[in-house]
Design a protein around this ligand. Structure first.
Ligand code: MTE
Ligand code: HPA
Ligand code: MOS
Length: 774
């Protein structure tokens, strides 16, 4: 079965926020941004703007009727700046006008006066000055301090990974309508409808019951709309509340890139100790997370970095510490992997560092230290149903790792100006919100009298196919065709108190709630059938829309049964609640059982580098992945492919650049490159490992959204492998992204990047003979 939505996407029938027909009387909103990254806000003067034609209101913090506060974890983020500004692009005022053009034209006429203050953009500088968003955390197992003495080899180093722009195709936005009795209804492009509802209610001084949030679908979220859809929803609602007219606010691409937070850049110190037989005995790591100007989700992201700091390896002695650092950048936020990728990049760097200095293949160290059944993670949860070795060994056999290695080495022996590189990237990702309470969901299922079914849950469809999976769960549980199921918009009045669609757990949580609701309905209908047909309830089933008694057709169709239920006054609606069992975690000891289960997999990545130009191609990514019993192999394969390519983008092309003034220089698609079809791997194989899945996964189909992003880390190490094949003495730092520019400089360390020097360098005289490959 395919993803249900794409046919409507390509026909242009799917309704995104911007497709909602505009209501008569709508005002358009535009946001006045702070032009500096840090300063004292002296005046906001809208006199000139208000004189322009079509401008109706200019709202500032003073117009907020409730509390000017939208911080999700820490209350440290105003909706509109008040007193100070803390990042460039911070919302300072909201212009409301009769047309979109008038609203944007007015922005330049709002006079904002700011007395500048010192700016920090580097997380290590922030940490040195005590600028932390929350206190640091340390995860510890064994005693790494004691363990160093017993290690045959100890290596230290630094690893840095950059940020990442979400680049959802649909930019942030919301459309708010005043409702009766002083409330608001918001159509929002959010992963977290309840977050928009809660913060809007708080800002407007309303009860949550007076704020309704509705989400049809998102043109991508990738974590960028888990928390950061809230300001736009709340601002549009503020406008509607004050003006008593509908207000539409949609960011254009460059405003979205400037104003919203991204994946957190990290700078980290590592120390790794190995025994003579290459067992990792001890690991110490300190993470400096660039949190930006407010906490947003940074504390939770930082925590997941710690959870995944040992990736898929068993290490008996670990001390992992993380600092969430306050800088004057837009608050960084959730992004596919949620800090996990940043943690995993560092342990892979530590292993590569050890391998390079010992002159052994990194794969030797990786394979020897993979998690086994029952091994403890540093947070004390045991690896249960562990497929780390199965994933590695299957990938190594199926894609013939030894042959790949030989081919790469042989190619590199025979080619001077082209080099290939190879890396293996095993992954292990914990499934559940690490905040235990968030692992709950509800479903509201209505069977209509014609036998069709409407399902509402807290799940937001953002391209990942969760609606398709929920429809499948309902159809399978009720024994009817998926064509009868409609998955409704996500609406806070139908399903309340939802967790955001995030943590890869959306299908598990909402799918299980749907399953429970459908099971209850099925039981109710079969009880009725048992009475009507005078048959034993135990022997009754619904299959292919027919009631079966002891496996034989009972001459009662789904439609007849539903109709009979209505006339017998049996309820055809059900509301079910699911909470993941067994989870607990103590955030003071940093120990517990935070994850429902883990997802495993291994990717082989092969690259080829043009050593004159520094350009490269990802030739193949070959993956063995643990899906469990996939509900929808087409959707799941799509998630692996998309995730892997997005991870490759983070590790290779995507370079976010802020200057010391905190200004985003890579502020458009001219300057910020995401992978296109040419940058995607030429070969992308996905093998479905034979694994049983898990009872805590929906129908044993394991969560799939985030784990594949981390396969992309293999591209960084494969490129590093190729660079070192050309230049074995390279002192290349562990610093991602590995852009073509960085590759070039590392291939030719003596290279001074001015044109005349390049041509005069003896090592690069133009007389060098060209190889067959070039
Ligand atoms: N896939 C698409 N097409 N679009 C998205 O925005 N978000 C990712 C992932 N896959 C995303 C996606 C992220 S960050 C998460 S957490 C999961 O989907 C969320 O959905 P799930 O919980 O249903 O996997
Ligand atoms: N993952 C993703 N999103 C989240 C989490 C998490 O663990 N916790 C809070 N939001
Ligand atoms: Mo995904 S980063 O948990 O939205």
């Amino acid at each position: 079965m395919n993803h249900l939505d794409p046919i409507r996407h390509v026909r242009g029938e799917s309704q995104y926020l911007d497709d909602v027909p505009v209501q008569h009387g709508t005002l358009y909103a535009a946001v006045v941004e702070s032009p500096v990254a840090h300063g004292k806000l002296l005046t906001v003067d809208a006199t000139a703007a208000l004189e322009l034609p079509g401008v109706v209101h200019v709202l500032t913090a003073r117009d907020i009727p409730g509390e000017n506060q939208i911080g999700g974890i820490v209350p440290d983020e105003p909706l509109l700046a008040e007193g100070h500004v803390h990042f460039r692009g911070q919302p300072v005022a909201l212009v409301l006008a009769e047309t979109e053009h008038a609203a944007h034209a007015a922005l330049a006429h709002v006079r904002v006066e700011i007395a500048p203050l010192p700016i920090i953009t580097d997380p290590r500088v922030a940490a040195a000055q005590g600028e932390l968003l929350v206190p640091p955390r340390t995860f510890r197992i064994g005693d790494s301090e004691e363990a160093w003495a017993g290690c045959a080899h100890v290596f230290e180093g630094v690893a840095e990974s950059g940020g990442q722009e979400h680049l959802y195709i649909e930019t942030q936005g919301a459309y708010a309508f005043p409702t009766e009795m002083g409330g608001v209804r918001i159509i929002s492009s959010t992963q977290g409808p309840t977050a928009v509802q809660r913060h809007t209610a708080h800002v407007l001084g309303l009860g949550m019951h007076q704020v309704e949030v509705d989400v049809t679908r998102l043109g991508g979220g990738f974590g960028g709309k888990e928390d950061q859809a809230t300001p736009w929803g709340a601002l549009a609602a503020l406008g509607a509340f004050v003006a008593r007219r509908p207000v539409k606010l949609v960011l254009d691409r460059m405003a979205d890139m400037r104003m919203t937070g991204k994946r957190h850049p990290y700078s980290s110190d590592f120390k790794i100790g190995l025994s003579a037989d290459l067992k990792i005995v001890a690991y110490e790591v300190t993470f400096y997370q660039n949190g930006g100007a407010a906490a947003d989700l940074s504390p939770a992201v930082m925590e997941r970095t710690l959870f995944h700091s040992t990736n898929t390896y068993f290490i008996p002695n670990v001390t992992a510490t993380a600092y969430s650092c306050r800088t004057h950048l837009p608050p960084n936020t959730a992004f596919r992997g949620f800090g996990g990728p940043q943690g995993m990049f560092v342990i892979e760097s530590a292993i590569a560092s050890a391998a390079e200095r010992l002159g052994v293949p990194a794969t030797e160290i990786q394979r020897r230290n993979l998690l086994r059944e029952g091994d403890l993670f540093p947070y004390r949860q045991p690896a249960e149903g562990c497929h780390a070795e199965q994933a590695w060994d299957t990938a190594a056999e199926l894609f013939d790792l030894p042959a790949r290695r030989r081919e790469v080495d042989e190619f590199n022996r025979t080619h001077r100006w082209q080099k290939k590189g190879l890396a293996v990237m095993p992954i292990c990702f914990g499934i559940s919100f690490t905040k235990t309470a968030m692992n709950q969901a509800r479903a509201l299922v209505h069977i209509y009298t014609d036998g069709s079914v409407g399902v509402s849950t807290g799940a937001v469809e953002m391209g990942q196919g969760v609606n398709t999976k929920i429809a499948q769960v309902a159809a399978r549980t009720l024994g009817i065709s998926v064509d009868r199921i409609k998955v409704e918009s996500t609406n806070t009045t139908r399903v309340a108190n939802t967790s955001p669609s995030a943590a890869s757990a959306t299908a598990d949580l909402n799918g299980k709630a749907t399953e429970l609701a459908c099971l209850a309905l099925r039981e109710r209908l079969l009880q009725l059938a048992s009475t009507e047909l005078s048959m034993d309830y135990e022997g009754l089933h619904i299959e292919n829309e027919q009631v079966l008694a002891a496996g034989k057709p009972a001459n009662t169709s789904w439609e007849k049964l539903v109709s009979a239920a209505y006339w017998q006054r049996v309820s055809l609606s059900e509301n079910a609640h699911h909470a993941t069992p067994d989870l607990h975690f103590d955030a003071t000891t940093n120990q517990g059982y935070p994850f429902a289960y883990h997802v495993y997999g291994t990717a082989l990545t092969t690259v080829q580098v043009d050593c004159r130009r520094g350009t490269y191609e990802v030739q193949a990514v070959q993956i063995a992945h643990d899906f469990g019993q996939s509900l929808n192999p087409a959707v799941d394969r799509g998630q692996i492919e998309g995730g892997a390519v997005q991870g490759i983008g983070w590790m290779t092309l995507e370079e976010l650049v802020y200057n010391e003034e905190g200004r985003l220089l890579s502020n458009s698609l001219n300057a910020y490159k995401i992978p296109d079809l040419y940058a995607a791997p030429k070969v992308l194989d996905v093998h479905f490992l034979d694994t049983p899945g898990h009872s805590r996964a929906v129908m044993r189909s394991k969560a799939v959204g985030e784990p594949p992003l981390m396969y992309g880390i293999g591209a960084y190490f494969a490129l590093r492998d190729a660079v070192r094949a050309f230049n074995p003495d390279s002192t290349i730092s562990f610093s991602a992204p590995m852009t073509p520019e960085k590759v070039l400089v590392n291939l030719h360390p003596e290279f001074t990047p001015t044109p005349s020097d390049a041509w005069n360098s003896p090592a690069h005289s133009t007389s060098a003979t060209t190889s067959a490959a070039s």
